[in-house]
Write a protein that binds this ligand. Sequence first.
Ligand code: CDP
Length: 218
Amino acid sequence: MIIAVDGPAGSGKSTISKLLAKELGLVYLDTGAMYRLFTLKMLKENISFSDSDKINELLENLNINIENDRFYLDEKDVSEEIRKSEVSENVSEVSAIKEVREEMINLQRKFSSSKDVILDGRDIGTVVFPNADIKIFLVADPKERAERRYKEVIGKGGKASFQEIYESIVNRDRLDTVREISPLKKAEDGIEVDTTGKTIEEVKNMILSIYKTKSNIC
Ligand code: CDP
């Protein structure tokens, strides 16, 4: 069983995917976090985004790990660091690099082999698993997505500006949509779920009912 959950920044992919994973007994993979981990590594090593040789070298020696909802780079827990604005501001540029995508997709397919999985990202239903059993495309009004992110940061005791978060989300969506390789888009057979004005519980139930309908058909 492979469930693909794609959609723009802040559409609720990871929250919903985690809940569905629990409810349906699936293993969850946050593919966005993988691109964030690699972006952090690039920033730490101060590597230019156009230096293919260095990028390939980094990819060959990459040491990333995801365990119990914590994210590790070179054995160090960087779960908070990968969500910081410096990473968010650069991740779309890094994830548009061909070699980076190829390696991440390899890792995602390897991780998912012989497991029942739910993955969230931008290209899961279109490129990583075009034969996924269920493909969900989560969308929501950009202001509401920014509002959710803002509340998340404030809720964790951090500081944030709504306007900055809003602009960063809109900018990231634009870069993710216009890029040449694996752009953010709904798969032809994807099911769009609009989460604007909906609670997490409502969205979860909408997807569960899609799952039940699909399971009865198969
Ligand atoms: O959680 P949020 O929606 O902010 O983003 P994320 O899922 O953590 O993804 C961060 C970035 O990684 C995205 O803006 C994309 O540029 C990139 N990404 C991607 O290119 N392909 C994926 N499958 C997942 C993420």
